[in-house]
Design a protein. Structure first.
Length: 571
């Protein structure tokens, strides 16, 4: 848990208000208007949904807080959960100081130290802000009043006198606008938000992990402002949007996916965008087991398959968690091999030592654009152990199957809800993989968003093996290995002594004289994963580190390390 989350005890709203003036002003204004005072919840969890009345404040990333409020049915907005982002605000005087400071910072930028990361840039920017401001407690008789600001007499560097609180507010706003996400920073700092939807000048709506669909207090008030913001954002992510190129997909700095529809003649209500947020910390396989997305047996089966070079597709509907699952299973690949990833939008996260990350490039000039097909051709020439494709959408699917045919295992995501529909999509337009080639794929994982106990959850609903092509029926033989029972919310292994992959492909590679001993190996790995979950070893770095022990020191060392490993959060 982050340090800022420990500063304020649950229920201690007074301390939050004392430390953050913007929260105090908001609470006081809210209480005057609605006659009720929110409670401070602290870091949010799923139990917050039970809070009644729903009127609470939680911390995201200090100094940003969120106020969640559900108005009574007889009030305006009744029945709709409201999300209010609380961040430092500048008054008119401070806004004038901000403009002067930004102008000075931009003038000094050419002589500023170089940087390679946003965190380095933020540090340099903070140092520059400190240099061009002076705290009022440090001011002396060498100062004089200039309008509503103070300026040091005789100094050419134009320092202005500010209070500690003013400097903090100025630093937050300047960093927010120059480095981070401008007016959307409060939204993007909230890890509880999944999808952010903005249409024209309407208030922005979001999908919240705890409260479902919520309406925010944030909106763009002028189309020109919105258009400038989207142009600037698209240029920062390297995919400029314009009236001639009105629809773009890209990734923000935190890895979240953004889709922008820019032109008014395409988006009739004005420029719009959707952001699909991704957790800053990569979700681990043990975290997915703990959440119930999959069982430890499902994970152990995937572990065996990936260790021994099987190709897999993670398939499901939009926002079903395919990319999260794909990233979580990658540590199961041998840590000493080369991995290539090819994506339109960079979302794959690989911790292996030898990883080549390839991303498509769009261009008005066809000769300078780089398509997914080009990336896959380049990957094949480099002889990687695994090729990872962020998402198969079109003709690159045929190239992926060609890669499988040449002995390069492929991992990818795909949109299909069942093995039958997957085969139909791959063998039809525009992918057109010949059905007799489909058995180059070894297995497929199917995932969906569903409701359990009143909560939206993500579940792996099935794992199917591809056995082979049947020329008599001109079809593909498949067999279900795992299925999910929605009533009991439990995964069942249906493949005991029936797995084509485990018995006929993996057992021999693993050195088992009796091919059915492979099931004992799967259960041994399942038990190890359960022990990791029970010890709360769910941090991605912990899981990767333990699997690194396995691949470099063998099973016995790994097995003992599971019981002695010190969790990342306890170090």
């Amino acid at each position: 848990m982050a340090d800022e989350e420990l500063k304020f005890a649950r229920g201690d709203l007074a301390s939050v208000m004392a430390a953050h003036n913007h929260v105090a002003e908001w609470v006081n204004d809210f209480e005057k208007k609605y006659g009720s005072r929110p409670v401070y919840y602290g870091p949010l969890d799923r139990d917050a949904k039970k809070q009644r009345p729903l009127n609470l404040i939680y911390i995201t990333k200090e100094p940003v807080f969120v106020h969640i409020y559900e108005p009574p049915a007889d009030e305006d907005g009744g029945g709709q959960v409201l999300w209010f982002g609380l961040e430092p605000q500048l008054n008119e005087e401070e806004e004038n100081i901000r403009r002067d400071l930004v102008e000075t910072l931009l003038q000094e930028a050419p002589s500023a130290p170089t940087f390679t990361t946003d965190s380095e840039f933020e540090t340099i920017l903070g140092q520059m802000i400190d240099r061009y401001t002076i705290l009022d407690t440090e001011a002396n008789i060498g100062t004089r009043r200039r309008g509503r600001m103070w300026e040091i007499v005789g100094l050419e560097d134009k320092r202005v006198v500010v209070s500690n609180a003013q400097r903090d507010r100025l630093r937050y706003i300047i960093v927010r606008d120059l480095i981070k996400n401008g007016p959307l920073e409060t939204l993007l700092s909230d890890e509880m938000l999944e999808d952010i939807h903005s249409v024209g000048l309407k208030h922005i709506h979001m999908d919240h992990k705890v409260f479902g669909t919520v309406a925010s207090n944030i909106r763009f008030r002028e189309r020109d402002t919105l258009a400038r913001y989207l142009r600037s954002m698209s240029e920062r992510i390297g995919r400029p949007v314009s009236d001639n190129n009105p629809i773009i997909d890209g990734a923000l700095l935190d890895g979240s996916r953004i889709n922008i529809i820019f032109s008014d003649d395409v988006s009739m209500l004005g420029p719009s965008f959707t952001i699909r947020k991704f957790a800053e910390e990569t979700i681990s396989i043990t975290q997915l087991i703990q959440w119930g997305t999959m069982s430890s047996q499902v994970a152990a089966y995937i572990w065996l398959c990936l260790e021994y070079g099987m190709s897999v597709l993670v398939s499901g509907e939009t926002a079903s968690g395919k990319t999260t699952t794909l990233n979580a299973i990658l540590p199961f690949i041998d840590h000493n091999v080369k991995i290539y990833s090819a994506e339109d939008t960079p979302e794959v996260k690989v911790a292996h030592k030898i990883w080549q990350r390839l991303v498509t490039r769009s261009s008005k000039n066809e000769d300078s654009s780089v398509e997914m097909f080009d990336l896959l051709k380049a990957a094949l020439r480099s002889r990687p152990r695994y090729i990872i494709i962020g998402e198969i959408r079109g003709v690159e699917g045929a190239t992926a199957f060609q890669a499988m045919q040449t002995g390069h295992p492929v991992i990818a995501t795909f949109h299909a809800s069942s093995i039958v529909k997957m085969i139909q999509r791959f063998t039809g337009d525009p992918i057109n993989v010949p059905i007799r080639f489909f058995d180059n794929l070894n297995f497929a994982i199917f995932q969906e968003v569903t409701e359990t106990n009143g909560n939206l959850v993500r579940r792996i609903t099935g794992v199917d093996e591809v056995i082979g092509y049947n020329k008599h029926s001109d079809g593909v033989l498949t067999r279900g290995m795992f299925e999910w029972d929605p009533i009991k919310d439990k995964h069942y292994f249906r493949g005991m002594f029936q797995s084509h992959l485990l018995e006929n492909k993996i057992a021999a590679q693993a050195g088992f004289a009796n091919k059915r001993d492979i099931y004992d190996e799967m259960l041994r790995r399942s038990s190890a994963l359960d022990r990791m979950v029970n010890r709360d070893l769910t941090h991605y770095d912990d899981v990767f580190g333990l699997l690194n022990v396995y691949y470099n020191s063998g099973w016995e060392t790994f097995d003992s390390a599971v019981d002695s490993w010190v969790s990342q959060k306890d170090r």
